[in-house]
Design a protein around this ligand. Structure first.
Ligand SMILES: [Zn+2]
Length: 325
């Protein structure tokens, strides 16, 4: 490894804390996977994170560490390096996480929203490798988003741009965690899927789904997906709702951006075959730009690694911070 260089990417989520050393070509060299000990407090989480980075440096002694990028689940204020709000990291509001980590590691780190990092990862070595720009919706428990224009993350004024999951698709719709009614997240995220399934079970519409959830001791989006694949009507309806909802959101995005590629990632994207037909039909119906162009809509090609790779790419960007834009 002598004379070679690498960057470190960190994916700091509410459940998993992953740290990886990545080559300049976007290949994993070393990985460390930990649980995010959220309940132990942020001091513990930041200590774990910094210890893991130091451990990777030890393992790769002789190679040059070219930079550290950290993707965080939450709304980031890029100007002061704080987590403004994160449902996944309670107690982190307005905590100057960047300065704290920089002080401990005595080096510069680049902070980014995890969904923006995922979009960047797909652009670097994923579905968007050959695309000039892309827009990605990361559909997990909730829905995050990232917009890459001309090879750079679109940050907006404070770094909060790209909150695609909170696009309103039904003005009088279901209540979203953000306080708004009818966000796409309230119809297509994993939480929405289990909420819709639980509602169907409550009114006795899906005994099959109820039995399955009982047997497994919990109701998850994955169970709903498996049942949809087995032909359960209620489960299929739910995934059609997921597809239609994402389709409405994507039609809006396509009309706004006219980008060559839109990527659907996150855990729910594993159910692509169950929701994609409804999604495509909705987009075709609603977007003249889509019908008149060669726009591509594809599932993520990096899966759960998109955010980690994108975080590792941050140091490679010439001037990634908002203030240099
Ligand atoms: Zn919302």
């Amino acid at each position: 490894m002598a004379d070679s260089s690498y960057t470190i990417g960190v994916d700091l989520g509410g459940t998993n804390l992953r740290i990886a050393a990545v080559s300049p070509e976007g290949r994993f060299i070393e990985k460390i996977a930990l649980d995010t000990e959220v309940k132990e407090g942020r001091e513990r989480v930041v200590t774990d994170l910094c210890d893991a980075i130091k451990e990777l440096e030890r393992r790769l002694k002789g190679s040059k560490l070219a930079g550290i990028g950290i993707g965080v689940a939450g709304i980031i204020n890029l100007a002061n390096g704080t987590v403004r709000q994160s449902p996944n990291l309670p107690g982190w509001s307005d905590f100057p996480v960047r300065d704290d980590i920089e002080r401990r590691l005595r080096t510069h780190v680049i902070l980014e929203n995890d969904a923006n990092a995922a979009a960047l990862g797909e652009k670097w070595v994923g579905a968007g490798r050959d695309a000039s720009g892309l827009c990605m919706m990361t559909v997990g428990t909730g829905i995050g988003g990232g917009v890459i224009l001309d090879g750079r993350i679109w940050h907006g004024m404070d770094g909060m741009a790209g909150e695609l999951g909170h696009m309103t698709i039904d003005p009088n719709g279901a209540l979203c965690g953000c306080g708004n009614l009818g966000c796409v997240e309230a119809y297509a995220g994993a939480s929405a899927i289990t909420r819709m399934a639980a509602a169907a079970i409550r009114v006795g519409r899906s005994p099959e789904l109820a039995r399955e959830a009982d047997a497994l001791g919990e109701l998850t989006a994955e169970i709903v997906y498996i049942k949809a694949k087995q032909g359960d009507l209620v489960a299929r309806e739910i995934f059609e709702m997921v597809g239609r909802s994402l389709g409405v959101a994507l039609a809006n995005l396509i009309n706004i951006f006219n980008l060559p590629l839109y990527v659907v990632g996150g855990g729910v994207a594993r159910g692509w075959d169950a929701f994609a037909p409804a999604l495509m039909a909705e987009v075709r119906k609603r977007s003249l730009v889509y019908r008149s162009s060669s726009t591509r809509i594809e599932p993520s090609s990096l899966g759960g690694e998109a955010g980690l790779l994108g975080a590792a790419y941050l140091p490679h960007m010439r001037d990634p911070q908002w203030k240099n834009q």
